[in-house]
Design a protein around this ligand. Structure first.
Ligand code: B12
Ligand code: SF4
Ligand code: SF4
Length: 352
């Protein structure tokens, strides 16, 4: 890549607020075998779209030919970006619930996508004969693999991509392009060493081996992705978690400085004086119709769980924190075809 090209790209990306980025060829992914074995074990649970994505992840160039105009040639590389979470601006209605840090504001599928799209508009001015496609968890790309090869971090034992200075509390995005990028990033060495804090701290033992998560045991999966109800033996391990989980990142030594510099939010448990607010918020979730919840939480990551998932999550928190104040409200769900069993379990947990 010529120095001019590199300088131009650098200028456009920094102007658009990116400061942690790198280049990688689209393929070959280094961890495809790991991904295939993960799917073969069934660790993806209900996320069957990850099985459908396998052929596209194996051969991204071929698949991208159908997504990008071929008059510019074929896409062969990508700019990978890592962007810190945007914390704050929680929905007014949900100030006290335990929500993963990445989800405490506007949905990154919107704000990060928009920021990348603006950068692409600038790139297009500088490189009118090339094509660019924006992705952030929106295309069948092995994002951690691409970012690793672009030199943005190493694969932690919690599977997250970690950077020595920035930790892992960041999101990944890509600009796939027809621009030739012969200089790939330099992959980070593994800096986990003998540490296993994340593995030991996971309340559900979802990290079944270093760098392998069984999503079917993971709180993040159950509270965000799943369309079902978790098995009873897992529920009590969710504690106060309402949406997502950060435990295996919060305990990571590489995140300690980053966490201290973030706006501090108290996680609400039964010990805090925020209990009344927490109860009000859970009451709002359980009382509102699914369509109202989805409308009110539109443009936030929480909308992904839909009304069903939010009510499911609320009942588990109520049970784990023994919120007797919400007993009557939960009992209304006992005859619900999807949530009935969970409601009965929650009532039992609250009473015992
Ligand atoms: C499915 C998914 C999940 C699932 C499964 C996660 C998992 N670890 O398997 C669930 C719902 C549990 C989940 C949870 C979370 N997710 Co998620 N998730 C995804 C998604 C859509 C696909 C990931 C995937 O393919 N998983 C399958 C496994 C096999 O792959 P993997 O987890 O990426 O792990 C790779 C490496 O570990 C590597 N690897 C492992 N061992 C080895 C060894 C060698 C030698 C090599 C070379 C590679 C290697 O191979 C794997 C495949 O590339 C990506 C977006 C995307 N399109 O990639 C986001 C993504 C991974 N998630 C993200 C986030 C933020 C989260 C949460 C933090 C959200 C939260 N707070 O609740 C948690 C973190 C939990 C965790 N510790 O991973 C970010 C991660 C950013 C980062 N710094 O790494 C991503 C990249 C989304 C984004 N665009 O920013 N997620
Ligand atoms: S996100 Fe939570 S439940 Fe999932 S592996 Fe990490 S600590 Fe375990
Ligand atoms: S907690 Fe330790 S083992 Fe886990 S990702 Fe961080 S450094 Fe690696």
């Amino acid at each position: 890549m010529s120095q001019d090209l590199q300088d131009n790209l650098h200028e456009v990306l920094t102007k658009n607020g990116f400061e942690h980025f790198g280049w990688a060829a689209l393929s070959p992914a280094l961890s495809l075998a790991h991904y295939e074995s993960w799917l073969a074990h069934g660790y993806n649970g209900e996320m069957t779209y990850l099985e459908r994505h396998l052929p596209m992840k194996k051969d991204p160039e071929k698949w991208l030919m159908s997504r990008m105009p071929s008059k510019f040639g074929s896409a062969n590389s990508a700019i990978a970006v890592a962007v810190p979470y945007k914390i704050g601006n929680r929905p007014e209605s949900l100030k006290s619930l335990t929500i993963a840090k990445y989800a405490r504001g506007e949905d990154y599928h919107i704000w990060l996508h928009n920021r990348l799209t603006t950068a692409v508009a600038d790139l297009k001015k500088q490189f009118p004969n090339d094509e660019f496609l924006v992705a952030t968890d929106s295309q069948p790309i092995l994002e951690r693999d691409l970012a690793y090869r672009a030199g943005l971090g190493w694969f932690g034992k919690n599977t997250c991509l970690i950077d020595q200075r920035r930790g892992s509390l960041f999101l990944l995005g890509e600009i796939v392009t027809t621009l030739r990028a012969p200089i790939a990033g330099v992959p980070h060495p593994d800096r986990c060493g003998n540490c296993r804090r994340c593995i030991d701290a996971c309340p559900t033992q979802a990290i079944v081996a270093p760098r392998v998560i069984d999503a079917r045991k993971c709180i993040s999966y159950w509270t965000i992705e799943s369309k079902s109800v978790p098995p009873p033996e897992l529920r009590e391990k969710f504690g106060a978690h309402f949406f997502g989980c950060d435990i295996c990142q919060d305990v990571c030594p590489w995140n300690q400085k980053v966490i201290t510099s973030m706006p501090q939010e108290r996680d609400v448990t039964e010990q805090t004086d925020d209990r009344a607010n927490l109860i009000d918020e859970l009451r709002w979730v359980l009382e509102s119709s699914s369509s109202l919840l989805e409308k009110q939480l539109e443009r936030t990551p929480l909308s992904r769980a839909r009304g069903f998932g939010l009510k499911r999550n609320a009942m588990i928190v109520c049970a784990n924190l023994k919120l007797t104040e919400l007993r009557e409200l939960i009992s209304r769900y006992v005859t619900d075809s999807r949530l009935g069993e969970l409601a009965s379990w929650a009532l039992h947990e609250i009473d015992c």
